[in-house]
Design a protein. Structure first.
Length: 450
């Protein structure tokens, strides 16, 4: 017996409709679960493994669509990567500076991290010509944020709309070092420039307005790069040319995926859920701080360090939530969790205000517009702001037809909202979840059993 009936229907166009139907039995989420490997760390492990001398062994790799895009691009660039059918993946690197010129276009699929980080590497490989593209969503996302600093280093990159949109063409060059003051706190921008700095002789520095996730810094150091950070100014310097050596990487569970269960456990009455083995790198834990501000009952158990990244088990129990304001420097530390935080805010007393999050408009979808539209369809009170949302909690949600707009985090956020909506919610294009969370529906079914 289950408190919600969860089914998936494949549509004529092969998209999936996820249908969540309430039954009369009260739902509570219990048990312990694991979330898939961290997406950001998975991309970086594949890339650095491909660039290193010798073999890299990656345990816990995310087998989602986005890391598969990274793996196929770096295979085309010459790395040997074992099949992505188990979470233990081996990469035989080709050594820094040795990327091959692929005979075809490199396709980053839906993945901004793949495309932006790879651009730094391609632009700094002299004498080779590369073309890169992505799916419809990625081809509409801004690339000038990485193209401009790379051009400042001497890169030659061409693309639509003044070199700002993929497809892009790149002629690799020996680049000159720079000190780039990024106007946005973006780990993709920071990492792109640091990767370009690997082959560039001298000091390449990036300063950002607030700290963004620092997985690149940690992993570059572990692979042998000469890298220093200045936390006072949010600056990172890499000295090139570097040499990287194959490593054993252990990828922790993705806190961005755990966030769906944290909010589910917080809003579904009677819940007590343990999410094991979650990465709690301080540059990613804004979600824990925001939930604590909202009065959620989340405990960190068994805190430890695994392969240079902090890890913990997270226990969440249902509690009454209250509104809060989320703005400023915390935003880059929870940027991917804002769609699911918006769902939490629908169940909080008072009006939650999210500001300084205009970056959400250029993610896999315009996450401000899409979350506001879809939650309002279900009866929530969400007002769009240019850089965020205002969400007044306390109105009951009613099941209806909603759409992911092919954005993985929107699909999963709406599924969690549906657990607490009356009637039937149908989430169209729910297959998008596989970008970062291939077993999402199976875990949803598991936690809804009792
Ligand atoms: C990521 C950085 C963030 C994040 C994305 C993954 C990364 O993007 O939203 O999902 O792995 O570097 P920005 O750098 O654009 O903020």
């Amino acid at each position: 017996m289950s408190a919600s009936v969860i089914t998936v229907e494949t549509q004529e166009d092969l998209s999936h409709k996820l249908i969540i139907q309430q039954t009369s039995v009260g739902l509570s989420l219990k048990g312990s679960i694991r979330v898939p490997g961290d997406k950001s760390i998975s991309h970086r492990a594949l890339m650095l493994g491909a660039l290193a001398q010798g073999e890299t062994e990656i345990a816990g790799l995310l087998l989602g669509e986005d890391p598969r895009s990274t793996a196929s691009c770096f295979q085309a660039l010459g790395a040997e990567i074992s099949e992505l059918n188990t979470e233990l993946v081996r990469v035989k690197g080709i050594g820094l500076g040795n990327l091959l010129e692929p005979v075809d276009v490199l396709n980053a699929g839906n993945s901004g991290t793949t495309l932006r980080l790879m651009l730094g590497l391609l632009a700094s490989h002299p004498g080779r010509f590369f073309t890169v593209t992505g799916d419809g969503s990625l081809r509409s996302r801004p690339m000038s944020r990485v193209v401009k600093p790379l051009q400042q280093m001497g890169a030659q990159i061409w693309g639509r709309q003044n070199n700002s949109l993929a497809p892009l063409a790149i002629t690799g060059q020996a680049l000159k070092p720079t000190h780039y003051h990024s106007p946005i706190a973006s780990a993709q921008v920071k990492s792109c420039i640091l990767l370009a700095g690997l082959l560039t002789e001298g000091k390449t520095t990036v300063t950002e307005p607030a700290l963004s996730r620092d997985h690149s810094e940690r992993m570059l150091r572990a692979f042998g790069a000469d890298l220093t950070t200045d936390p006072e100014t949010n600056s990172v310097t890499i000295i090139g040319p570097a040499q990287l050596y194959g490593q054993k990487v252990v990828v922790p569970g993705d806190i961005s995926s755990a966030a769906f269960w944290l909010v589910a456990g917080a809003i579904v009455p009677g819940s007590n859920l343990l999410i094991e083995n979650v990465g709690v790198n301080p540059s990613r834990t804004g979600i824990l701080e925001a939930l604590s501000l909202m009065g959620a009952d989340v405990e960190l158990e068994n805190q430890r360090e695994v392969a240079g990244e902090p890890v913990a088990d997270l226990r969440v129990r249902h509690s009454r939530l209250k509104s809060c304001t989320i703005a400023g420097d915390i935003i880059p530390r929870l940027i991917d969790e804002i769609p699911i935080l918006a769902v939490a805010a629908v169940f909080a007393e008072g009006t939650t205000v999210i500001r300084d999050a205009e970056e959400l408009r250029v993610k896999e979808s315009d996450r401000i517009a899409v979350m506001a539209q879809q939650l309002n369809k279900m009866g929530a009170k969400v007002t769009e702001l240019p850089d965020g949302m205002e969400i007044t909690g306390g109105t009951p949600l009613v099941g209806t037809d909603v759409d992911s707009h092919t954005d993985h985090r929107i699909a999963m956020s709406l599924a969690i909202a549906a657990l607490v909506a009356s009637g039937i919610t149908s989430i169209h294009r729910a297959e998008a979840a596989a970008i970062s969370y291939p077993n999402f529906t199976a875990t949803l079914q598991q936690v809804c059993q009792f």
